[in-house]
Design a protein around this ligand. Structure first.
Ligand code: C5P
Length: 222
């Protein structure tokens, strides 16, 4: 059976990574969370204390950085220069700064190169913001997933509560809306639905239902 490339894009907290993981596991494909890669370089930039608004400085930092993604029982592990940063990249500081770092052309150029290398010649499910438009323009299946901002904030709130974080729902909604605005309004590869992507509104779908819909679409293309 042939292997295909699946691109899942959409705004923050739309459930992309959870669904991508399920679909990848069912198909025996690798799963690549590109947001985790932008988060990893953001963590390094914050720790290094460099000017986050400088495309040149952050791009230079990335050129001297090793980011590795490894599958594990609990999901994908993220390594930054050999150190496991899977938890650290989910901090509030990283979440607040990541969209600025991701707006730099120097950073995006290198990330796209790395992501294309990771996906090359294999079955892959990749989630992000520009996968269908830039990273995997020839992906056999492109899905743009979204849900209302209220529903996305509610899901993130539940996820945080389970992980022991207590961020007020209203703050989460504000943070998600601000990130979506920055991601959709940036000049370089803004968040948008690719012309040939299918739109999936997950507001009233469970994770299982959304994953089943995507699996069905994938199987039609195998
Ligand atoms: O997917 P996640 O919410 O973890 O992504 C964090 C941030 O990384 C996004 O808000 C966006 O600024 C950036 N990103 C991006 N392009 C991607 C994936 C993520 O710009 N392909």
């Amino acid at each position: 059976m042939k292997s295909i490339q699946i691109a899942l894009d959409g705004p923050a907290a739309a459930g992309k990574s959870t669904i991508a993981k399920i679909v990848a596991e069912k198909l025996g494909y690798i799963y690549i969370d590109t947001g985790a890669m932008y988060r990893a370089i953001t963590l390094k930039a914050l720790n290094a204390g460099i000017d986050l608004a400088s495309s040149e400085r952050t791009g230079q930092l990335l050129r001297n950085t090793q980011i590795d993604l490894q599958p594990s029982e609990e999901g994908q592990l993220v390594f930054l220069d050999g150190k496991n940063v899977t938890e650290d990249i989910r901090s509030q500081a990283v979440t607040s700064a990541v969209s600025l770092i991701a707006s730099h052309e120097s950073v995006r150029e290198r990330m796209v190169e790395l992501q294309q290398q990771l996906a090359s010649g294999r079955g892959v499910v990749m989630d992000g913001r520009d996968i269908g438009t830039h990273v995997l323009p020839n992906a056999e299946l492109k899905v743009y997933m979204s849900a209302t901002v209220e529903e996305r904030a509610r899901r993130r709130y539940e996820e945080n509560t389970e992980r022991g974080f207590d961020t007020p729902l209203a703050d989460l909604q504000k943070e998600i809306a601000a990130r979506d605005k920055m991601d959709s309004e940036r000049e370089v590869s803004p968040l948008r639905q690719a012309d040939d992507a299918l739109y999936l509104d997950t507001t009233n779908l469970t994770i299982e239902q959304a994953a089943a819909d995507i699996l069905k679409l994938a199987e039609e293309r195998l």
